[in-house]
Design a binder for this molecule. Structure first.
Ligand SMILES: [Zn+2]
Length: 111
């Protein structure tokens, strides 16, 4: 897994998250991964995506129950929340580039 987001405080409209991103990603991939996980944080925080606690094998997306299996890597492309996160990822990366005019400058971050 290159990146992942977990809520920490509450499964319904959480406010605290744990985001893990592969430290070996280059700047461009890191920006994309961070943007993608930010999209999932938004989905959880707005209550659009809810990990069901009593029905462990289900997640709720915009009021409808889906199998948690869709969160596994091999099925992920079928999940509607992933399609949305991919769109938001593109928007965020585009916005970053529009604002900064270039990809992440690693020398400024790491130096
Ligand atoms: Zn995702």
């Amino acid at each position: 897994m290159l990146a992942g987001t977990t809520w920490i405080d509450d499964n319904v409209r959480p406010r605290e998250f744990d985001v893990e991103i592969d430290g070996d990603l280059d700047g461009k991939s890191l920006l994309r991964a961070l943007s993608h996980e930010a999209a999932h944080i938004r989905q959880y925080a707005h209550g659009h995506l809810v990990d069901m606690v009593r029905k462990h094998d289900k997640v709720k997306w915009r009021g409808e129950l889906y199998d948690r299996e869709l969160m596994r890597n091999e099925h992920r492309h079928l999940a509607p929340w992933e399609r949305e996160a991919n769109r938001l990822e593109c928007s965020l990366v585009w916005e970053y580039l529009r604002t900064h005019g270039r990809w992440w400058d690693e020398s400024r971050v790491l130096g």
